[in-house]
Design a binder for this molecule. Sequence first.
Ligand SMILES: *[C@@H]1O[C@H](CO)[C@@H](O)[C@H](O)[C@H]1NC(C)=O
Ligand SMILES: *[C@@H]1O[C@H](CO)[C@@H](O)[C@H](O)[C@H]1NC(C)=O
Ligand SMILES: *[C@@H]1O[C@H](CO)[C@@H](O)[C@H](O)[C@H]1NC(C)=O
Length: 319
Amino acid sequence: MCFEQYVLLLLLLSFLSQLVLNSAQESKQGRNCSNFSCGWFEEVRFPFSNVDNPECGLSFMNCTEPDQPRVQFHENGQWYSVNYIEYSSQTISIHDQNLQNDLKSNRCDSLDSFPEKGSPFLSISVTEETRPFFKCKRDEGHPLPPSEFFKDFSSYSGCKNHDLYFYDDYKKSLPHLPTYMSNSCSVVRLPLAPNDYGNGIHELTTLWDAKFTIRWKVDRDCWHCHSKGGQCLSNQNGGFRCGNLKGLATGLSGIFVTCMVFIFFAYRRHKRNKLAASTGLISRSMSLDSSLKPDPEKGSTYFQTPIFTYKELQSHQHS
Ligand SMILES: *[C@@H]1O[C@H](CO)[C@@H](O)[C@H](O)[C@H]1NC(C)=O
Ligand SMILES: *[C@@H]1O[C@H](CO)[C@@H](O)[C@H](O)[C@H]1NC(C)=O
Ligand SMILES: *[C@@H]1O[C@H](CO)[C@@H](O)[C@H](O)[C@H]1NC(C)=O
């Protein structure tokens, strides 16, 4: 085998191995990203991903505890237990354990509406009925004036630092807060407790529930990107970028470079044949085990460029 064939083969082999590696990586990721089981859920898929493969989704699931799969809607967000996931309606039912504990022990301080914050390309919202209420700080020195404002409201005053005001009819929307109350009161929306509080309000769980049904929505651009096998990413300006088609790109550039190498050698061979035909000389090809250095006396080929000794040229001229 001559030197150029050897080089060509080496180049070909390296590019082919690169291609195989790339496609292997892609299919591995494709398989991993397609769907996964999580606790009792047999098939969880996009926009959720296993927390071990965060690049596969927009929200993350921790499946470590088989009897309690948990979800996180954005990085560093709270983890919630998952009750069910329904892809046809794009809803996920979750349970907020911290809220449940607060409701059970009548702690009002941390009661807050569900933070409807998804990842950059995933919006989430609470779908079920809520019972809105005013959460008003009880200030020892300055109790809230027994306001006319709350006269139509029911109230709950079993918390340490707060009073809660709400309508018995949860469908009735809350009026705007007078400005003088805006520092001490805030509006909170929590899911309605499943049962009526006919027997009176003994604890917060008779009014509110810690189970949320969340509807998710994936951005259109991101959805397109995902269905093409890409990964939804943010660019520097916070805009959208479809990434991770890199494996395919390097594969294609590998093919391109291989083609170029082929063309290059084909061209050189063509030129050399033409030269050999026109001069009637056949260049000596170099065998692999001989030295790469052209011998100035003996004459040799250096990368298939014929090098002739003075004598050879002279004899050629004289013939
Ligand atoms: C993803 O693939 C890796 C390596 O092939 C494997 O170890 C891992 O368990 C897979 N993850 C999932 C969620 O299937
Ligand atoms: C889930 O993945 C398995 C194998 O990876 C595949 O056979 C199945 O069709 C997938 N299901 C869905 C709904 O994509
Ligand atoms: C998943 O949950 C387990 C058990 O609660 C915990 O030890 C682990 O750190 C969690 N993994 C991640 C990535 O949050």
